[in-house]
Design a protein around this ligand. Sequence first.
Ligand SMILES: Nc1nc2c(c(=O)[nH]1)N[C@H]1C(S)=C(S)[C@@H](COP(=O)(O)O)O[C@H]1N2
Ligand SMILES: [Mo]
Length: 315
Amino acid sequence: MLIKPPADIRPSEITDQNLFLSRRKWIAAVAAAGLVPRLALGVSSDPDATGARLADVTDGPFSSDEDLTPFKDVTGYNNFYEFGTGKRDPARYSGKFKPRPWSVKISGECEKPGNYAFEDIVKSHALEERIYRLRCVEAWSMVVPWVGVPLAAVLKRFKPTSRAKYVAFRTIFRPAEMPGQNTRTLDWPYVEGLRIDEAMNPLAMLVVGVYGRELPNQNGAPLRLIVPWKYGFKNIKSIVSIRFSEKQPPTTWNKYAPREYGFYANVNPEVDHPRWSQRRERRIGDLFKRPTLKFNGYGEQVASLYSGLDLSKNF
Ligand SMILES: Nc1nc2c(c(=O)[nH]1)N[C@H]1C(S)=C(S)[C@@H](COP(=O)(O)O)O[C@H]1N2
Ligand SMILES: [Mo]
């Protein structure tokens, strides 16, 4: 067969954008014509990518077909205050962190609480790659090929009760391996939360990998949240606890500065951060800013979750 996708082609090598068909679009077109099996659609690659490859990753729904942010930026420009406040600190100072063995405590309003091994949390769900935009509250953004499982599928296994109105997540506290936790920058451990209907939305994802490989420490190994319609800080990393609760749980950035960071944190160009505008964003690698989209462009999937809610008050 002569059909061969343009493997690992880089946007910088493309002179005429109109001639450029992204690898993903190319494979999708070929697959639609029935020429390659659907499995081949799955995994994005990057010549610089390192880490153990994940097996049996399939192509998930909702993927963006925008140009991917290179692996070295996805893994070299991070927010993970447990390893320092600089964007390069997580890559530099997370080498000692041990993401295995790992277990997650499931508690609160559910019928199947307990301590579950990492492998048990994700097994029995097929790994999917989904290419999502990530929009940081600091007005930069990336396009990342995450690998993981739908959060809803995992949560349902623990049988939340009718009193479970929220889901609270907690990051590990391990100051011997996380130098930032020896400072008072944030109130450790990092905590986050979602309303249960947000957590059950098909877009919400528990992520175990990036670019077809296991998550690097700086990206939240071995297990982190991705909710692409919210600002980056909701995407809590290195999760060790998931608790179903009746009341809205506290969240780290909201505790730190309640006027600046709300519980909802939906991406919203119409509601400025008190100290800067949220109208535009800089895609990492771009020279010029671009407009920020409401719900980060995922409004079709999630806007109905907030009907009747004043988003300028519930920011
Ligand atoms: N535990 C923990 N999770 C965290 C953070 C953090 O400091 N600690 N930073 C958040 C912020 S502000 C962003 S933008 C994203 C960045 O994810 P990435 O580094 O994988 O791109 O992680 C989020 N999750
Ligand atoms: Mo962020």
